[in-house]
Design a binder for this molecule. Structure first.
Ligand code: NAD
Length: 260
């Protein structure tokens, strides 16, 4: 079955992995609801680029910490496109700090953006998917949904929770032609990661090559970053007919990190 003419809502798609998925889906004829923050000019350039694939792309600035804005975004999208066929819960932030110093408001934001927003989008989008008789939900989780690292308490807790949510949704809608899966990347080379390399090199007195090999990719056995294109390709695969029996699972794309 072709994905052409379907519609995907991708949270946090103004940058990195979300934008990569938006480009891949648009290239396969999928209309896109972009979401996330950033420079309005850059967002508009990316929106126009998506439309160069002969699809419609609209931007919605809903804040994933605000349930009302999330529900309104889904409603507007359904009015405009009929239904949301593909939902990608991707928005995320990080904060690194020991638990005693972890700001409670950062804990709340990370839980809201990386876990609760997936509940709010899914809750709002499911009835439309059931009505149309087809749906794909993809939660961008992390290797940190399966294993922990110190100083990332909120992120690890949120991503572990997101995996539990993924499995529950999968069971509830298993007979509705809707699948729900998580993709668990290791380190992906996004602007977010790129910007940490020079800073870490300076802070630790290391070369940038040493930071990449011994700090960022210490747990990634391939010693290679995952790319946004690889994650996008896997998201596309999960929307294909061949993947219709893959549901409630976590696809690890982590260079062997969680195999060790
Ligand atoms: P990124 O910073 O490039 O993109 C994050 C996106 O989320 C941006 O579009 C941003 O505007 C959006 N966002 C942040 N707060 C928001 C809010 N309150 N409301 C709406 N949108 C908001 O980061 P990325 O690396 O592309 O990360 C995307 C997802 O992938 C995240 O869930 C992250 O946890 C996950 N992930 C990333 C990596 C990695 O190494 N980069 C690894 C594993 C998992």
């Amino acid at each position: 079955m072709s994905l052409s003419g379907k519609t995907a809502l991708i949270t946090g798609s103004t940058s990195g992995i979300g934008l990569g998925i938006a480009k891949e889906f648009a290239a396969h004829g999928v209309n896109i609801i972009m979401n996330g923050f950033g420079d309005p000019e850059v967002i508009e350039q990316n929106r126009v680029f998506l439309e160069s694939h002969d699809v419609r792309a609209v931007y919605n600035d809903a804040d994933m910490t605000k349930p009302d804005e999330i529900t309104a975004m889904v409603e507007v999208a359904e009015e405009e496109f009929g239904s949301i066929d593909i939902l990608v819960n991707n928005a995320g932030i990080q904060h690194v700090s020991p638990i005693e110093e972890f700001p409670p408001e950062k804990w709340d934001d990370i839980l809201a953006i990386s876990l609760s927003s997936a509940f709010h989008t899914t809750r709002a989008a499911l009835s439309g998917m059931k009505k149309s008789g087809w749906g794909r939900i993809i939660n961008i989780c992390s290797a940190h949904g399966l294993v922990a690292s110190p100083y990332k308490s909120a992120y690890v807790a949120a991503k572990h929770g997101l995996l539990g949510f993924t499995k529950t949704v999968a069971l509830e809608v298993a007979q509705d032609n809707i699948t729900c899966n998580a993709i668990c990347p290791g380190y992906v080379f996004t602007p977010l990661v790129e910007s940490q390399i020079a800073d870490t090199a300076k802070a630790r007195g290391m070369t940038e090559e040493e930071v990449v090999r011994d700090v960022l990719l210490a747990a990634q056995w391939t010693k290679k970053f995952v790319t946004t294109e690889q994650i996008a390709g896997i998201a596309l695969f999960l929307c294909s007919d061949i993947a219709e029996n893959i549901t409630g699972t976590d696809l690890k794309v982590d260079g062997g990190w969680t195999a060790a």
